[in-house]
Write a protein that binds this ligand. Structure first.
Ligand code: GAP
Length: 524
């Protein structure tokens, strides 16, 4: 895709997604609803295929059971899980233009040069504050303070502030630490209106959507719309274990919608307010948690590779900051045109959730090991992927603009650009397109017959309009892996040509072999 900037690529993908019916903005005729998207005819097929590939991988094994828990749960669930208290983002508002920012996003928008300047300017105040807050220190360590004068400390911070990552973490700490937050905010310019230092203090903003159950809108009827599917699994741990007669270690898998009142929705499907998760909670004996954490890390990484994701676009990130429930975490990241971003998190959640639900419900979420006669609360290894975010990653990964050499009728050559989605055939929304070479001599009739036969098993498409070359291009653009053409020879010997999207090579096969040919290639 030479000549395209990363922004161009993203713009092209968003435009193709709309034009071809993968993704539409929600409520478009009313001007759109920010952070919400609708999946069109091709998008819904791709999304279903991704979910099906995940479901088969995760549940077609002896030690994982499936579940579909309700979205609305008892409000105590979210007190126990820590979401009422901890599922918050610190936010500031610009008093002048009223723009609202998540503190870390505001910090990210500051240029490297200004970032260093701000950190230097707040260094003396940082020293005083850090001395008083040694129990909550994160970026400033005890060693940074030990036997240091304010001048030593300021000089050191000055040197370290050259490092952008370090400065960002210092700024994120300073922006939410009482005593220095005001000074820090006074140094920052609003990215929207350009006014310096006109921000409110940071306030914690809970990301859960609230609604009411029953006819009365009063606080005793308030409930939350789930921000993760995981809690539905924990609440059903005892039910599933007993019903499925499972022994440790075993897992429970679920696919479902989750909702977060994200302040900064961004990058198309990457961060939305309504999205789908594919989560699995694996219950293990304490002490075996690290082994299973490593096991699931590999399984999950390899799943993306198995479905065609490019290895050089993927990496593991071990996050600096852990969620309130996690002892260890590894994020699988994908390199989107707008930068690296998490597509799946693998977490060691210890016994945090089951312990808390025991505490809040009074029901013991324990496991009795008949062999060792021990009773204990299992540890949990979680694999948490976004179905919608994986959709975006698979879409971006599949997109390519190829330069092709073309032979012209006058003997000269020229180049043309082919936009193609190289989806793994199992994920592709349309598995095959069927064309009659020309619209006469019985070719459309035979092509229709093949289409009807294949449609019993696969999502296929019949197309008789325009030159065959154009029909190929249309299918390449939506990622159809195979195009089947009925030609004169088909009428003579019951064969068709099958053209491969990626190699663009054709082979001739018997019509009665087409179904098995596709089954081999496209079944999940
Ligand atoms: N149960 C753990 C959990 O929910 P998370 O890291 O907050 O962990 C897991 O979310 C995955 O859900 C992420 O890796 C991402 O793929 C997806 N996800 C989270 N927030 C999202 C959002 N606002 N929009 C789209 N996908 C999101």
């Amino acid at each position: 895709m030479a000549g395209n900037t990363k922004n161009d690529v993203m713009e092209k993908i968003v435009s193709l997604a709309k034009r071809k019916g993968f993704v539409f903005q929600s409520s478009e005729i009313y001007g759109g609803l920010n952070g919400c998207y609708d999946y069109g005819p091709l998008g819904v097929e791709l999304l279903r295929n991704i979910k099906e590939a995940w479901w088969k991988e995760m549940t077609l094994r002896e030690d994982v059971e499936g579940l579909d828990a309700s979205i609305l749960m008892h409000p105590k669930t979210w007190e126990a899980s820590g979401h009422v208290e901890n599922f918050t983002d610190p936010m500031v508002d610009c008093k002048k233009c009223k723009s609202r920012y998540r503190v870390d996003i505001l910090a990210e928008q500051i240029s490297k040069k200004n970032l260093g300047k701000i950190v230097k300017a707040i260094a003396p105040a940082l020293f005083e504050s850090a001395k008083e807050n040694t129990d909550t220190l994160s970026v400033i360590s005890i060693d940074d303070l030990k036997d240091k004068t304010i001048e030593d400390f300021t000089n050191e911070i000055g040197k370290k502030s050259e490092d952008e990552k370090y400065s960002l973490s210092v700024l994120n700490y300073a922006l939410v630490t009482p005593g220095i937050a005001t000074l820090t905010l006074s140094e920052i310019v609003c990215p929207n209106c350009g006014t310096r230092g006109e921000f409110t203090e940071a306030r914690q903003f809970n990301l859960m959507f609230k609604t009411f159950i029953g006819p009365l809108e009063e606080s005793s009827n308030a409930i939350f719309i789930r921000p993760e599917t995981a809690q539905g699994i924990y609440l059903n741990f005892l039910n599933v274990r007993e019903a499925a007669r499972q022994k440790l270690p075993f897992g429970i898998a679920q696919i479902g919608k989750a909702f977060r009142n994200e302040i900064n929705t961004k990058n198309f499907l990457f961060r939305t307010r309504e999205f789908e998760q594919m989560e699995m909670q694996f219950f293990v004996k304490p002490g075996e948690d690290e082994k299973w954490f490593n096991y699931w890390k590999e399984i999950r990484y390899n799943w993306f590779i198995k479905y065609g994701m490019k290895k050089d676009k993927m990496k593991f990130l071990l996050p600096d900051k852990l969620a309130h429930y996690a002892k260890a975490a590894a994020d699988i990241e994908y390199e989107f045109p707008f930068g690296w971003g998490e597509i799946e998190g693998i977490h060691n959640r210890t016994d945090f959730d089951l312990k808390r639900h025991t505490e809040f419900s009074g029901k013991k979420m324990e496991y009795y090991d008949e062999q060792t006669k021990e009773r204990f609360i299992p540890y949990v290894i979680e694999t948490s992927a976004g179905a919608s975010r994986s959709f975006l990653a698979f879409l971006v990964d599949a997109y390519e603009e190829e330069e092709l050499k073309k032979e012209n009728s006058d003997g000269t050559t020229s180049t043309e650009t082919r936009a193609v989605l190289h989806f793994h055939p199992a994920l592709a929304p349309v598995k095959a397109a069927i064309f009659p070479l020309v619209n006469r001599d019985g070719m459309p009739e035979l092509a229709h017959k093949i289409t009807d036969d294949l449609r019993k098993v696969f999502n296929v498409f019949y197309d008789e309009s325009g030159a065959v070359g154009r029909r190929y291009r249309r299918q390449d653009e939506i990622g159809t892996p195979y195009c089947i053409t009925v030609d004169t020879e088909s009428l003579e010997n019951n064969t068709v040509t099958i053209r491969d999207r990626d190699t663009m090579k054709q082979e001739r096969i018997a019509i009665d072999q087409v179904r098995n040919y596709l089954i081999d290639k496209v079944m999940i």
